[in-house]
Design a protein around this ligand. Structure first.
Ligand code: GDP
Ligand code: ZN
Length: 438
């Protein structure tokens, strides 16, 4: 079957030009013949008419369901275009639904996420978002912020009593409650993004430190080539694995070395582009190497990888080859985010796996309340930062004006999630990533 969907005020007129002038009952299948402008029948099938505003896009919508096949569908689309329609842009149906208030932005995004879902867990999460689970939680936060703002603004209007008003009025308690709640939503959003995109981990370190071996150990099979000759891994190697249901995208950077070769330079440039988008850097160190400064990345990376130091990615360190150095496997006794292990024997690997899941905020399978994207997480983090700043202002100066400003900033950040407040270029970026016809 092939479906052509028309949306807009001319949908009905265009349809009648194809099937002849006849009465259509809303949301009811009608059998019809679809004719080209010369009157020749292209295909026959069903017509469904959804009058505005009770349709997916909120506009008049018609679905023409034919037998499908590229030739027939092309002819059907051409006949519609001849009557004044134009092909939809990527995501345009969803975008119109959003613009006509049929759904908010997280729901529109969830449609794309549902279609693109790679696992049942991510599909389930996307469906929850589509049904409004994420929006509801964000809107609840916004509602509480509005209440707080009303209160604080009122206090500012009565300067003589402002300080009492703010200190006695339970504002601090309310603010703390909102902060806790926003933190919980952020944790769910992190999980929602994780099941969708996974954690992207860049593995770096000196030649022979054991990067490929560690990748293989994490992956549980021979994905990367392990040899004793330094510089074996020529290209950037990607491997997608799962840690107890959490997708983990591994990038091995062994191919990053200084090279006069133009082709190789281009490969290295692309590798850095990908690395910039990663979530975490995993630096592998041979634990037999004595005297390295664990807090100085330039000491731990070969010169060709030292650019990674400037990337501001959170860092996990692995002291590998514990079986040779005699260090006891597990979390490092006094260095945070540092793990002693043996990629060869697997000792200490479990602690690293747990750490990676914890650092990513993974809560386990079946725990996804909605799907989320990086932009949602950024917005929630901004809102939380503004709220924390407001709490400090209140604490330090009982300053209503400053608190009001922070509350306003937090509300704006949250409204960007649902699209109640959006920049136009944001909409363009979101909907252009959809497939055509959605
Ligand atoms: P890379 O260059 O950082 O990717 O290092 P490789 O993974 O290719 O490993 C270099 C060499 O160290 C290989 O001979 C590995 O077998 C060896 N190796 C890696 N990890 C361990 C380990 O934990 N213990 C021991 N004994 N050898 C290891
Ligand atoms: Zn390697």
């Amino acid at each position: 079957m092939g479906v052509v969907r028309l949306s807009g005020p001319d949908a009905g007129r265009i349809t009648r030009a194809l099937i002849g002038d006849r009465e259509l009952t809303p949301r009811t299948a009608h059998f019809a013949r679809f004719r080209d402008p010369a009157g020749e029948v292209i295909d026959e099938g069903l017509v469904l008419w959804f009058p505005a505003p009770g349709s997916f896009t909120g506009e008049e919508v018609v679905e023409l369901q034919g037998h499908g096949g590229p030739v027939i569908l092309d002819a059907l689309v051409a006949a519609c275009v001849h009557q004044g329609a134009r092909p939809a842009r990527a995501g345009e149906f969803s975008q119109r639904a959003f613009l006509n208030d049929k759904m908010d932005l997280t729901q529109a995004e969830a449609i794309a996420d549902l279609i693109d879902a790679g696992t049942r867990e991510s599909a389930r999460a996307a469906l929850h978002s589509l049904q409004g689970a994420f929006s509801r939680e964000v809107n609840e936060l916004v509602e509480q912020l509005i209440q707080l703002r009303i209160y604080v603004e009122a206090a500012i209007d009565f300067p003589e009593e402002e300080i009492d008003f703010l200190s006695e009025g339970g504002v601090a308690d309310d603010l703390n409650r909102v902060i806790d709640q926003a933190g919980a939503v952020l944790a769910s959003a992190r999980q929602g993004r994780l099941v969708r995109e996974g954690l992207t981990l860049v593995i770096a370190g000196k030649p022979n430190a054991g990067k490929s071996s560690l990748m293989n150990a994490l992956a549980g099979h021979e994905a990367a080539i392990v040899t004793e000759v330094a510089g074996t891994t020529r290209d950037v190697l990607r491997e997608a694995i799962q840690l107890d249901g959490m997708p983990l995208n591994l990038i091995d950077t062994a191919g990053l070395r200084e090279s006069p070769d133009r082709v190789e330079q281009e490969g290295i440039r692309r590798a850095f582009e990908e690395i910039r988008k990663a979530d975490r850097l995993l630096v592998v160190i041979d634990s037999q190497e004595a005297g390295v400064n664990l807090n100085d990345l330039t000491d731990l990376l070969p010169s060709s990888q030292q650019e990674l130091d400037g990337l501001d990615l959170p860092v996990t360190r692995v002291l590998n080859k514990a079986d040779l150095s005699g260090l006891s496997p597990g979390p490092h006794p006094n260095q945070p985010d540092t793990f002693v292990l043996s990629a060869a024997t697997g000792q200490g690997l479990l602690a690293l796996r747990d750490h990676l899941k914890g650092a990513a905020g993974y809560q386990g399978t079946g725990q996804s309340r909605f799907s989320a994207r990086r932009r949602h997480i950024t917005a929630l983090e901004q809102a939380l930062a503004a709220l924390a700043k407001g709490r400090d202002q209140l604490h330090a100066h009982a300053a209503g004006e400053l608190l009001a400003e922070d509350l306003r900033a937090a509300q704006h950040a949250l409204e960007e999630i649902t699209g109640a407040f959006t920049a136009d270029d944001l909409l363009g970026r979101i909907f252009s990533s959809f497939c055509i016809g959605k």
